[in-house]
Design a protein around this ligand. Structure first.
Ligand code: ZN
Ligand code: ZN
Length: 314
């Protein structure tokens, strides 16, 4: 019996050790469970945060900025057109890419990595865009990820090659998606003020900046009133590119080169893990967004070239 008792103790100890050595699930390092990225397409810094009156962005200036972090030195250091700018944000890599929706990004996005690691339902991640061509952000050419781990999409009038739609429709679709599916990871694109900028109508361009400022605020407001999102959601507001300086080509009407007007964009971050009411001037760029999202959502495989924006964190 004594031998049996000894063996029992040894077996018990082995079981105890093997259990205590088992990998414990990682404790979340952050309070953030959801991320929403708002991309306001193509305003110039000089008509947004760079205008000291902030007259066109009253919501960001008077309300949102007090609740999060503004970075006044944020840049698109890659190609400054829509699909390239958005690809930089979602993959963390700069690349030249066809701007009409005929080419997939080279590298997987944070959507695909997140879905690979945490996949539960296709409804858990969404790309909602006024511009139909942005549907290509849901996929990539990388052989392991091509057609795999894709987020849900609702882009343009009716998906790829269907044409742009008004931002008011995109906003309503977004709220519907948040209400119906409670996704954890979302990118929304508003086509203004880029759309009106290209038309050459200055007043419409300015109104496009004002209307998207209001949509961004309403999305923040929605987060505050939804139990799935309140206190657990980080929000990024940025741009895919700016527009030419007045001294370059046709000024605000176009964009796409490396002038300061095209490169300098807005950046705002809000969330339970970020500082509040802080304005920083650390030089950062679009590809740092993917690295930072991967950090707060604990995505292991992020393959971008950006850096985690540690200065945002409390
Ligand atoms: Zn654009
Ligand atoms: Zn330019």
């Amino acid at each position: 019996m004594r031998t049996f008792a000894k063996i029992s103790v040894v077996v018990f100890l082995i079981i105890l050790i093997s259990f205590s050595c088992k990998d414990e699930p990682l404790e979340p390092r952050y309070l953030t469970e959801n991320v929403i990225v708002i991309v306001i397409d193509g305003p110039r810094y000089s008509e947004t945060w760079g205008d000291s009156s902030h007259q066109n962005i009253p919501r960001l200036s008077n309300q949102l900025s007090k609740l999060g972090v503004i970075n006044t030195q944020f840049y698109n250091d890659g190609p400054t057109y829509t699909l390239a700018g958005h690809t930089s944000i979602t993959t963390g890599n700069y690349q030249e890419i066809d701007n009409s929706g005929n080419e997939l990004p080279m590298n997987p996005s944070f959507f695909q990595y997140w879905n690979e690691q945490y996949f539960d339902s296709i409804e858990n991640s969404w790309i909602v865009a006024s511009k139909d061509k942005l549907e290509v952000l849901s996929n990539c050419l990388n052989v392991e990820y091509n057609d795999n781990y894709k987020p849900s999409t609702n882009c343009g009038i009716d998906g790829l090659s269907s044409g742009y739609r008004n931002d008011s429709i995109t906003f309503n679709v977004l709220i519907g998606v948040l209400e119906d599916h409670h996704p954890n990871l979302v990118l929304v694109n508003f086509r203004e003020p880029d759309y009106s900028g290209h038309s050459g109508n200055w007043n419409n361009y300015i109104n496009g900046i004002k209307s998207t400022d209001e949509y961004a605020y309403k999305i923040w407001d929605y987060i505050q009133n939804d139990s799935h999102y309140k206190g657990k959601t980080s929000l990024f507001i940025t741009n895919d590119h700016g527009r030419h300086l007045d001294s370059v080509s046709n000024g605000f009407i176009s964009h796409g080169d490396d002038c300061l007007g095209c490169r300098h964009v807005n950046f705002f971050a809000y969330g339970p893990d970020f500082k509040k009411d802080v304005i920083i001037d650390k030089r950062r760029e679009l590809i740092d967004i993917s690295a930072t999202i991967s950090e707060i959502l604990m995505i292991d495989k992020e393959s971008g070239n950006g850096e985690i924006m540690q200065e945002l964190f409390k």
